[in-house]
Design a protein around this ligand. Structure first.
Ligand code: GUN
Length: 281
């Protein structure tokens, strides 16, 4: 079965749109500030898609498209203003930033309550405690894909391939919160194929096209492909999708799997941030 991330993300966006309309009746407009520094083509597409999703879900958006020459001080000062602006509920600085700006300093500057990416150490810590309310977008999207496809997580062997701060580590935390038995593997893991043979659910977030092949997985495994690898203008996941057809019980396509879920969950975080900033309305 192919998991249709486009369809499921559409349902979530519809839910957000309706809830945001209810807030609007109370005089509250959930609003996201998106900051882009420079002209990275992929980042420009992501930012455009985030603004589009806002307009589809009754979420307000303000974008700051700053030149490559923006100094760290200028960026930190803008974030400070957005932190203090009561009409802004979420602050998102698109990564990567130009080399002269320290990404960690920027992440630390965003007020945790407005950190809709869930990158701030306070939110990362809350996530580890299983207590966070703003959830990391791609990992939360993966959990939604599984749940809304009727896939049981509790008690399952879940293997995450990749240990990034954006996907690998936080998705492992969320799977653990759902009572899975979680294994994190990475580039230095010695017996990956052996470990994968035992996995009921595999989350592939490696960043290498078609890395996970048919022989590596067990019959009936659920495969979630987080990879976005652009080769000659075509998108490839981290999983050999065609090779796995007929062997996996469920699999996400690229594009149209995890990708659209990230933005849907970002919208949900903006809505939740607004509610939390207004006495948990
Ligand atoms: N760059 C790539 N993915 C992301 C993301 O989820 N959030 C931000 N802020 N930047 C990114």
């Amino acid at each position: 079965m192919i998991i249709d991330g486009k369809k499921i993300s559409g349902i979530i966006k519809e839910e957000v749109k309706e809830e945001a309309a209810e807030l609007l009746k109370l005089g509250l407009k959930p609003t996201l500030a998106v900051v882009l520094v420079g002209l990275d083509p992929a980042s420009m597409v992501y930012v455009k898609n985030k603004k589009l999703a806002c307009s589809q879900t009754n979420i307000g958006s303000i974008s700051y498209e700053l030149p490559e020459s923006t100094t760290e001080e200028e960026l930190l000062s803008l974030i400070d203003n957005l932190n203090n602006d009561k009409s802004i509920n979420g602050v998102l600085v698109q990564l990567p930033l130009p080399a002269h700006i320290d990404e960690n300093k920027v992440i630390l500057k965003i007020k945790p309550e407005k950190d809709v990416d869930c990158f701030h150490p306070v939110n990362v810590g809350l996530l580890q405690m299983g207590a966070g309310s703003l959830l990391p977008c791609t990992p939360a999207g993966i959990i939604e894909l599984l749940k809304r496809s009727g896939i049981e997580i509790s008690g399952k062997n879940c293997t995450v391939v990749g240990r990034s701060n954006i996907v690998g580590k936080p998705v492992a935390s969320l799977l653990l919160k759902e009572n899975a038995t979680v294994t994190i593997t990475h580039s230095k893991t010695k017996n990956l194929s052996e470990i994968l043979q035992n996995a009921d659910i595999i989350v592939a977030a490696i960043g290498k096209a078609c890395f996970i092949t048919r022989e590596m997985v067990k019959e009936g495994a659920v495969i979630i492909d987080v990879g976005i690898n652009r080769i000659g203008g075509k998108l490839y996941g981290d999983v050999d999708f065609e090779g796995l057809e007929g062997k996996a019980s469920y699999i996400t396509p690229v594009p149209g799997g995890v990708g659209p879920m990230t933005i849907a969950m970002l919208m949900k975080n903006c809505l939740n941030a607004c509610k939390q900033q207004n006495n948990n309305i």
